[in-house]
Each structure stands twice: as structure tokens, then as C-alpha cells.
Ligand binder design. Structure first.
Ligand code: AHR
Length: 494
């Protein structure tokens, strides 16, 4: 099998926003409680209640932005319940996610501290579904007002005199579903109203993100862009890779090749979604000043046996690693419109990059893909053309066997990321570099022998990146021999 890639090294296509490698943490299952937050009195090493091991692991992959507090939870969340002394914070029922008691110990101050520790931009989603305009306006004032004001004084009385910098703010989550079951014609006016009061206090400038479509609801995008395009900086898009149906999604670790193929195919569908939503956006915004923000993406399977169905806890295999690689290649390709994407979710929920169990922590294959792709953060996408064989299970349907990203960084190095989607065929990838000669290359690979290979607390290093040297250089060509189901990162010095 042979794939050919022609790279035009002097044709830069635009900057790949680092925020494409963003994250999402919701008050759902053990994402916040147990995942990020253990409380100050925990024996698990922590900084003011925030897990040290998780922070260190996430710093390594340079997570640029973190979305919080939901998800569906955001439209039930009343921020004033999450400030002040812990003992006086009211409890609530987390109705969406397992009906468990939320004690509100992780609130606004704790979130900003977490973002500080991670060196990540905070992205807050406001409550439109069950909150008032006043509540949203006051939250913005509480977080960002510099000077004398009721909310700034309240903030100071809770120990924080200085305002925080807040850039990204979402006006509702899934307002077409759990966030209020609204029609686009109704939500668009609600958005215009609520977003009016999302004020820029002092020097703080907020990037307002409107609730965008569910999957292929193109009419939602049309109405939002037509009626409110000029009032927003970003429009969200949610799409999950579900191998089966919503009722029977399929399991995370027990699947055959047909299910592997369907998963890859469904992940690749993101390309069509972005293309079609972008075409509608172009109609109203040819300058591309409104960003498409894919603030929820990832695999969604049936929960692990014996776990709370409302906690969405699932394992993560080599299949998930390739789903992540596919998504990054698609987002990077569309970097003119896609300015942010947030995997759902960072810890212990859905396509998590980290799993924890009490004091134990394990990094999933998806984590390692984030690590391998971080070289593309804020790099320039390079023009390339790929000619790849198709991968198929039966002769009915096929998908490309190889997908890729090529970018160049500040120092002029070229980074090539390749995904071989076939779980049974290796492939030779011939890369021709036009406009540059390769001097030296280094490579990294993530691969496995079985489709469902995954890391566990007992065996945390089953799927980890390794050095890779199956790369031959001849003047302006690199010939890369990739094993089956693999992700390869090549750094080329020119
Ligand atoms: O990520 C889990 C849930 O999926 C989010 O809360 C919601 O926005 C989406 O439906």
C-alpha cells in the first residue's frame, strides 16, 4: 500500500489556533469531583484542593483553554451558589447527571485558580436556560469589574480584590436541547438580549459565543448567522462520534473491525459538518470574523459496566487515539474558520485524556495524541495534497486510509502528523517536499497490536508514544513506513 503526499513548503494556509487543542470540564460524574478537585483536606496531593498530578499532566500537553461548568449543567448552574465559605454554599441536585448532590465546593474562584495553574484561558458557559439576564450580567461584573461596584465588593469579600481576565463566554449551552428546547427563531432573540448584557468592563474584552447547531442542523446556523451574526464572535457546534445508536452506543473496549470502521467513518463526518456549516457562515460573514467553536466533540459509548449511567465513564483505546487524530487533522484543515475545539471531556468523562481512581491516575491513548499534536498549536498550516488508498471492511463503503496535517512552526521546522486508520494494513507514505530540502528528521509513533489496546491503572504504559525511525530521506522526499492503526509525528528540519 502506498500513499503520496505533496507538500508545498512555501504556501502557508493560515494559523492553526492553539485553542483547537482545547478542553471541556463539566460538573458531571467524576470530572470535577475526584478528577480535578479533591478538596484541601484530601490525602491526594493538591494545591488548594486541586489535584497536582492532573495539573502536571495537563501542563505537559499545554492545554490552551478550558470550558466550564457545562454542558447541560451550565443551564442549571447558579454561580452565586459557588462562592463564599464552603459551609455556607447551598447544595443542589445535579439532575442531568446521576441526580447526585452537588455541594458547590468547586466554583468561580476555584475554576480561575485551576486555569491559572494550567496556564489555560478560562471559557465560561452562562446559564440561559434557567437563569436570568441579571444573573448573567452580575457574574460578568463579579469576574471582571475593576473598581467599586456591588459585585466587585462581593468578590473582594470572598478574598479576590483584583478582577480576573475573562475572554471566552458562551451564552447558553445546547439551547436547542437540554438548555431550553428552543427553536432557532426564539433562541436567536434570546441570544441577542442576553449577550447585550455580557459587558466589557474596563480593559476586559469578551469573545461572545452563541449556542450553535446540533450536528447537521443547518437551519440553526442559517437563522443564527442571519439574525445575530453581527452580535457574536463565535458560534458553537456539537458533534459526538457514537458508533451505534443513542440507545445502544456500543462499548468502549469490546468491538469488532466493523465497529472500528463505523467509528472512523463517523469521526470523518466532522469534515462534512464543518464544510457545510462554514458555507452557511460564509454567506453572512465572508470575512470569517465569526469563529466556529466546536466546543464538544469526542467518542460516546455505553458506560463501563457497573458504573453510574449518569456519570458517562468510559475506557479509551487505540480506536479513540485515531478518532482524536482524525479530528485534529480536520480542525487544522479548517483553521480559517475553526478557531477553537474542546474535547468532551478532560477527566473521567467520555473521551477523557485522563482517568483517575482515588489517588491513581492513568493517561489514555487520547492524551498521547494531544501530546503528539501540540506542535501544531499556533503553527502555520502548509498546503499539501494527499493521494491515499481507501480502507474498507466490505466492498460497500470505504474511507481514506491516511489522513494528515502538515504545519511549520516559528523556527521553520515542518511537522507532519499522519494517521493510518486501517487496523490490518501497514502503509508506506511518500512525502514530497516542494520548496525545501530535508536535513534531518525525528519521529514519534503511537500504535498497538490490538484495536482495543488501552491503558489501565495496573498497566498504564500499554499504549504510549515511542521513538520512530522508519523514515528514509532522499533530498526532498521522505518515505515513511507506518504500521497498521498508527499515528506518526515527523519533525523535519530543513
Ligand atoms: O458532554 C456531555 C453532554 O453532552 C453535555 O453536557 C451536553 O452539552 C452534551 O449533550
Amino acid at each position: 500500500m502506498l500513499a503520496k503526499i505533496v507538500i508545498n513548503a512555501d504556501n502557508k494556509k493560515g494559523k492553526i489556533s492553539k485553542n483547537i487543542y482545547g478542553h471541556f470540564a463539566e460538573h458531571l460524574g467524576r470530572c470535577i469531583y475526584g478528577g480535578f478537585w479533591v478538596g484541601k483536606d484530601s490525602e491526594i496531593p493538591n494545591i488548594d484542593g486541586i489535584r497536582k498530578d492532573v495539573v502536571e499532566a495537563l501542563k505537559k500537553i499545554k492545554i490552551p483553554v478550558l470550558r466550564w461548568p457545562g454542558g447541560c449543567f451550565a443551564d442549571e448552574y447558579h454561580w452565586k451558589d459557588g462562592i463564599g465559605p464552603y459551609e455556607s454554599r447551598p447544595k443542589m441536585v445535579n439532575v442531568h447527571w446521576g441526580g447526585v448532590i452537588e455541594n458547590n465546593h468547586f466554583g468561580t474562584h476555584e475554576f480561575f485558580e485551576l486555569c491559572d495553574l494550567l496556564n489555560a484561558e478560562p471559557y465560561i458557559c452562562g446559564n440561559v436556560g434557567s437563569g436570568t439576564v441579571q444573573e448573567m450580567r452580575e457574574w460578568i461584573e463579579y469576574m471582571t469589574f475593576d473598581g467599586e461596584s456591588p459585585m466587585a465588593s462581593l468578590r473582594a469579600s470572598n478574598g479576590r480584590k483584583e478582577p480576573w481576565k475573562l475572554k471566552y463566554f458562551g451564552v447558553g449551552n445546547e439551547s436547542w436541547g437540554c438548555g431550553g428546547n428552543m427553536r432557532p427563531e426564539y433562541y436567536v432573540d434570546v441570544y441577542r438580549r442576553y449577550s447585550t448584557y455580557v459587558r466589557n468592563f474596563g480593559s476586559n474584552r469578551i469573545f461572545k459565543i452563541a449556542c450553535g447547531p446540533n450536528t447537521n442542523d443547518y437551519n440553526w446556523t442559517e437563522v443564527l448567522m442571519r439574525e445575530a451574526g453581527k452580535f457574536m464572535d463565535g458560534l458553537s457546534l456539537h458533534y459526538y462520534t457514537v458508533p451505534g445508536t443513542w440507545e445502544r452506543k456500543g462499548t468502549a473496549t469490546n468491538f469488532d473491525e466493523e465497529e472500528w470502521f463505523i467509528t472512523m467513518k463517523k469521526a470523518l463526518y466532522m469534515d462534512e459538518l464543518i464544510t457545510k456549516h462554514s458555507t452557511i457562515m460564509d454567506k453572512y460573514d465572508s470575512e470569517k470574523s465569526v469563529a466556529l467553536v466546536v466546543d464538544e466533540w469526542g467518542t460516546w459509548y455505553d458506560v463501563e459496566p457497573g458504573t453510574n449511567p449518569g456519570f458517562l465513564y468510559q475506557q479509551n483505546t487505540m480506536r479513540d487515539a485515531l478518532v482524536a487524530g482524525i479530528h485534529f487533522n480536520i480542525f487544522n484543515k479548517h483553521c480559517d474558520r475553526v478557531k477553537m475545539a474542546n474535547i468532551a471531556q478532560t477527566v473521567n468523562v467520555l473521551q477523557a485524556v485522563i482517568l483517575t481512581d482515588g489517588p491513581q491516575m492513568v493517561l489514555t491513548p487520547t492524551y498521547h495524541v494531544f501530546d503528539m499534536y501540540k506542535v501544531h498549536q499556533d503553527a502555520e498550516l502548509l498546503d499539501f495534497n494527499i493521494d491515499t488508498p481507501e480502507y474498507m471492511v466490505d466492498s460497500e463503503e470505504s474511507i481514506p486510509q491516511v489522513t494528515a496535517t502538515v504545519s511549520t512552526d516559528d523556527s521553520g521546522k515542518i511537522h507532519i502528523s499522519l494517521c493510518n486508520l486501517s487496523p490490518k494494513e501497514s502503509i508506506t507514505v511518500e512525502c514530497e517536499l516542494r520548496g525545501a530540502n530535508v536535513n534531518k528528521v525525528t519521529g514519534t509513533i503511537l500504535t498497538a497490536d490490538e484495536m482495543n489496546a488501552h491503558n489501565t491503572f495496573d498497566n498504564p504504559n500499554k499504549v504510549v508514544p515511542k521513538e520512530f525511525d522508519e523514515i528514509k530521506i532522499t533530498e526532498n522526499k521522505m518515505v515513511i513506513t507506518m504500521p497498521k492503526m498508527a499515528i506518526v509525528g515527523v519533525k523535519a528540519c530543513i
